[in-house]
Design a protein around this ligand. Structure first.
Ligand code: ATP
Ligand code: HSE
Length: 362
């Protein structure tokens, strides 16, 4: 019988790749309700030895692409690994495997309304699920994601893929108490050598927080992402929103959203129906103070002036503008560039496909 030398055993590694798409939330009237997965990816390549050397080594993260110059590489500060640790700790696993190496390649710009944080959260939930061999179903993965990112639109679309609508279940007393724990407690920044307190009693998510459905999507429709070269945090873009709305404005959005969820699945898509159905009165008008040029871009670029355009709106919390179109992409984007330029804002633009949801490859 041949025995493998010990050094070969040390080389045996567990490795897998996690892929999560960008997302655009709201699509006009569906504030905190609908999301669309887009063909920009967050990719994690994960590796660790099956028989590590005896001395524990904390995870090493390397990062390339969008956000590389600002993202924390300490696993106890990085959003993705903190979420993974939260999932592990909820299952009684206090630490990452020793000698864990994670390389991140990121195409999703930070703080632009393209779901970078939602993708990071879903990547973290999937990472925890894989490292802990937890085998959690999608519904449970969503519960964990919703404990961290409390609006369901981005994370659900990143998890499920396509054009997705979701709602949060009203929770009973005890469950809603667990779900209302401050984020700082869900994701404490425990240093690797904290010793005694590994925080093994984090608030476990209540079961079945989020519920979703995927709508149809006409394959002729592409998304033009017009991306201003500045960041706007979701937190800041939510602070400017009112806490109460008039019945008129709520009905305005509900009417449009009801039409939009079916209209975007029809072939050929109808620009007259969709352009009006992508208008909003719940969030965009309040965010214009943070995004100079927003109303000018959304009102000047129409199906009449730009053949191929179906509708135009703020992507997520902004500042990216999302134009849905069947053709004429360059004219839409370049005219948006000229308008933004008048407000001193430079942009980049990309034509994106509607993507499938997240995936794990072993
Ligand atoms: N891949 C990542 N790894 C770690 N942290 C990330 C990653 N992507 C985003 N983040 C964190 O999320 C922050 C951006 O989140 P924010 O919610 O403000 O914007 P967004 O998710 O890009 O936009 P929106 O939610 O409107 O689509 C970044 O500044 C960074 O702290
Ligand atoms: N629905 C959220 C999306 C942010 O990612 C918002 O508009 O604030």
């Amino acid at each position: 019988m041949w025995l493998l030398p010990r050094s070969n055993n040390l080389m045996a590694t567990e490795s897998f790749t996690i892929l999560v798409p960008a997302t655009s939330a709201n699509i006009g009237p569906g504030f905190d309700v609908v999301g669309l997965s887009l063909s920009l990816q967050l990719t994690l390549s994960v590796k660790y030895p099956l028989s590590p050397p005896p001395e524990y080594l904390a995870p090493v993260i390397t990062f390339s692409g969008e956000g590389a110059d600002e993202v924390p590489l300490d696993a106890y500060k990085n959003l993705t690994t903190r979420v993974a640790l939260y999932v592990l700790r909820c299952h009684g696993i206090p630490i990452f495997p020793s000698h864990l190496a994670i390389h991140v390649e990121n195409e999703i710009p930070f703080g632009r309304g393209l779901g970078s944080s939602g993708a990071a959260v879903i990547a973290g939930v999937l990472l925890g699920n894989e490292l802990g061999h937890l085998n959690l179903p999608k519904e449970r993965l969503l519960d964990f994601a919703l404990m961290v990112e409390r609006h369901p639109d981005n994370v659900t679309a990143a998890l499920i893929g396509g054009f997705v609508g979701s709602y949060l279940k009203e929770l009973d007393g005890q469950a809603s108490e667990a779900a209302s724990v401050p984020l700082s407690e869900v994701l404490p920044e425990y240093p690797p050598d904290a010793g005694e307190d590994w925080g093994l009693n984090p608030p476990v998510p209540p079961l079945g927080i989020g519920h979703y459905v995927r709508f149809g999507w006409s394959e002729n429709i592409k998304a033009v992402a017009i991306i201003p070269r500045f960041e706007l945090s979701t937190a800041k873009a939510r602070e400017v929103l009112p806490t109460q709305y008039s019945r008129k404005d709520v009905v305005f959005n509900l009417q449009r959203l009801a039409v939009l969820t079916t209209a975007l699945g029809q072939t050929p898509p109808d620009p007259d129906l969709i352009y009006e159905a992508m208008k909003d009165r719940i969030h965009q008008q309040y965010r214009k103070t943070l995004i100079p040029g927003l109303p000018e871009v959304t009102s000047s670029i129409t199906p009449a002036t730009h053949p191929g355009l179906l509708g135009i709106c703020l992507s997520g919390a902004g500042p990216t503008i999302l134009a849905l179109a069947t053709h004429g992409f360059e004219a839409i984007a370049e005219d948006a560039r000229s308008i933004f330029k008048k407000f001193g804002i430079e942009i980049d633009w990309k034509v994106l496909e509607i993507a499938t949801g997240c995936a794990v490859h072993r």
